[in-house]
Design a protein around this ligand. Structure first.
Ligand SMILES: [Mg+2]
Length: 151
């Protein structure tokens, strides 16, 4: 499956909302952002299972900056969609939703926002909502992916 991850409050914390991986001072200087603890393990496990992993964010960070942060933690993803691209594509397809993963070929999207969950019902796409406070987020994602595969 093509699986996309949101960034803010899903993989990248807003303040101290979840535990993060270690980051050294030099990385900080270069603008490498903090990332949720376990992100590398989760993404690499999913990739080993044959899934393609993408980033789908409504932030205006550049793709280069996002890729640099991920690379620092040893994470490689296929495609990055930021808000600049998201806005252009959704507008051109007349889709009135903050996110619409199928427009980018993503089969399943992972996000923290309930609103995206509501959009998923209205626009008929698949999401897994994980809260920043959810300590078992990795298990939750892995289990739901297994279930969705069998649907
Ligand atoms: Mg978010």
């Amino acid at each position: 499956m093509n699986i996309s991850f949101d960034l803010d409050s899903t993989l990248i914390p807003n303040g101290k909302e979840f535990e993060t991986e270690k980051r050294n001072r030099i990385a900080k200087l270069f603008g490498i952002e903090e990332i949720r603890k376990g992100t590398h393990e989760l993404i690499s496990d999913l990739q080993k299972q044959g899934h393609k992993i993408h980033i789908y964010t409504t932030s205006f960070r550049t793709k280069r900056k996002i890729r640099l942060t991920l690379k620092y933690y040893g994470i490689k993803v296929n495609r990055i969609v930021n808000q600049t691209e998201n806005q252009n594509v959704l507008k051109s397809q007349n889709i009135n939703s903050s996110k619409f993963p199928p427009a980018f070929g993503f089969d399943l999207h992972i996000d923290d926002l309930k609103g995206v969950g509501i959009e998923s019902e209205r626009f008929n796409f698949k999401v897994i909502i994980v809260k920043p406070s959810d300590k078992n987020w990795i298990e939750k994602i892995k289990n739901e992916i297994k279930n969705k595969r069998n649907q």
